[in-house]
Design a binder for this molecule. Structure first.
Ligand SMILES: [Fe+2]
Ligand SMILES: [Fe+2]
Length: 276
């Protein structure tokens, strides 16, 4: 039984759903969360574990290598925008209105990478911030080596990339990007607690060192960054389906959300077994 104080991923996702006007889409997210309760608990448990002990150097390397594989999807975002843009520019017989809607869909989707690229932050990318986090706990960048990579984490990254860049229905890509944003909003919210606890219990960081370590996580929570990304992908989906004259496929949406969570939980379950 969970105590009231324990943070759950769902407790951060559910309030954010007030931004969703489409009741069917909202229901697809709620159904996916309910059906994947076990996956969510696995992830929550592993974050709790990460925050609870000082890890060996090789455990930290496994943590930072695999967590990175589940984020930083700029390439996939770019690929998905290119797909919509290409239809607008190359498909024959589209009206000017359809072309405009497709280009808007691509542009809205691309908006989810502004922060990652450091557009308003003097070009400081989220990759740099992630490295600052990892290298606050390990002495060098060897955590990026294949030796610290988990097959489940690689599989998850490939799954996300293929959903967004290769899957026959572009809606699969938009659902993947959309869900990852709202999920990330929740995950970073529990991750900040875990890392603050880890630092406060086991490290004597100066305030500057602590800021340097945690800016990657904090950047995603402040100003509701990920929530804004979530809503712009909903806009992209609306533009896309309107341009193509198709309906939103809610069954595909729920299936995509559930797959995302079950494959992600597999990463955390594998990590849990490896770290000591
Ligand atoms: Fe980011
Ligand atoms: Fe984001």
């Amino acid at each position: 039984m969970k105590t009231v104080e324990q943070q759950t991923l769902t407790s951060f996702i559910e309030p954010a759903l007030e931004h969703v006007n489409d009741q069917h889409l909202k229901q697809a997210i709620l159904n996916a969360l309910a059906n994947q309760e076990g996956s969510l608990q696995t992830i929550e448990r592993v974050f709790e574990k990460i925050g609870s002990a000082n890890w060996t150097e090789s455990s930290f390397k496994l943590i930072f290598n695999s967590w990175k594989e589940t984020h930083l999807k700029m390439l996939a975002i770019y690929g998905l925008s290119c797909r919509m843009q290409r239809i607008a520019l190359e498909e024959e017989g589209l009206s000017a209105d359809q072309q405009k809607l497709l280009l808007l869909a691509g542009a809205k989707n691309a908006e989810t990478s502004y922060e990652d690229l450091g557009l308003d932050f003097d070009g400081e990318t989220h990759t740099t911030l992630y490295h600052n986090l990892a290298e606050s706990f390990v002495p060098d960048d060897s955590w990026m080596l294949t030796a610290y990579s988990l097959p489940e984490a690689k599989a998850f990254k490939t799954h996300v990339y293929r959903n967004m860049v290769v899957a026959p229905d572009i809606q699969t890509g938009l659902f993947t990007n959309m869900f990852s944003e709202i999920y990330n909003h929740a995950e970073y919210s529990i991750a900040i607690t875990a890392f603050n606890r880890l630092i406060d219990t086991h490290y004597a960081f100066t305030p500057e060192e602590k800021t340097k370590a945690t800016t990657y996580i904090f950047a995603h929570i402040e100003d509701e960054t990920e929530l804004n990304h979530f809503t712009v992908v909903i806009d992209a989906l609306e533009y896309y389906t309107k341009a193509m004259g198709t309906e939103i496929n809610y069954t595909l949406a729920q299936e995509t959300f559930e797959n995302y969570l079950s494959k992600l939980a597999a990463v955390f379950a594998a990590l849990d077994k490896k770290i000591a």
